[in-house]
Design a protein around this ligand. Sequence first.
Ligand code: ADP
Ligand code: MG
Length: 405
Amino acid sequence: PADRSTAGRYRTQHEQGRFGQPGIQKVGVLGGGQLGKMLALDAARMGVNLSVLDPAQPACPAAVAAPQVVGSFQDPAAIRRFAAGLDILTVEIEHIDAEALEEVASHLTVEPEPATLRIIQDKLKQKEHFTAHDIAVAPFVGIASEADAQAAAARFGYPFMLKACRMAYDGRGNAAVNRPEDLSEAVTSLGGYGAGLYAEQWVPFDKELAVMVVRSRSGRVRAFPVVQTLHRDSILWVTEAPANVPPTQLAQAEDLAARTVSCLQGAGVFGVEMFALPDKGLMVNEVAPRPHNSGHYTIEACASSQFEQHLRAVLDWPLASTDLVVGASIMLNILGSGEGEEGLAAAHDLISRAYQTPGASVHWAPEAAAAGIARAEQGGAAPLSSPAAAGFSRSGAQPQVGIIM
Ligand code: ADP
Ligand code: MG
């Protein structure tokens, strides 16, 4: 007779694969930076067998909680070798070799779909994709020459935003063009006309909002609360949860996030960044096909973190509640050098002061290995097998302290 006890039902469902197979399915992550580390910490807690592919030496940030395979997520051979021992492959960064992912997707599960990463890793393609799916974005146009840039300036007026199509994140890859005289410097700062640029109309937004949406492999969808983000120099500074906007706008933001994610294939967390306009309309700015720094507050403030949900989604485990479990939460992203004795002492002083606020949590995110390589590059020393040598560098990345309260 069937064992009808809770444990018995669990065993049966487990044997049928309904709950996945903790510890058996091997999950690999392309990238082991700050987001990879937070995924790895949750994976360790959840009994998920996780490893990361990252070029940073001596160790990437995620290596504190998961085995690191040293190699570049932009190197097809390294991706193939890494994938060979895995059941599921996912990402903490979209700037990976999409072709290699398409190839390995024929013999293991890749989430989200490589096609999604291919669209998102090119911001111009991303904007075209959303436009084709009736998702509102700021007017934009591809730029390949000075004449194109002049035409964009005439069309959009000043200021307008010039953006690099590829390898852009954390504000790197954006240049505001405030006056005609700024154009050539902006173009140069983004690698020149040949680098792949596009221009975007300046959005005089009232607020920036973000919604983290999670979708499992079997298509279940949940959204975390709508949050407000504040940026300084295009870099995330503060996340306020929940966003202080009227209920109708909250509902519109949830709806827009759901529609945006539904035109992208694959499982996992998606971070949808949007602009709330003075007329209360909304526009999508961009989407991250992975956990997102505006979702860090979920670690303490929600019933489940975005990292736990990402793992549940790619393993096709049941999704958890995304409810806020505190009245409200504020995340403050502090960038600092944190280097050397003095930098570390200053950081520790800041951290101890943060803990004076009841309920505050600190997340220390040093990128020491990458920062070391950036220094080596500047100093002309030859970095061996570094992210830069492999074509990608988090150079300039600074240790970050995230304070969530
Ligand atoms: P990243 O990939 O670095 O996050 P984004 O394109 O999201 O780059 O831009 C970063 C920030 O720059 C945005 O969150 C917003 O504050 C500002 N920004 C981007 N595009 C525009 C725009 N068209 N008009 C006004 N501000 C913009
Ligand atoms: Mg952004």
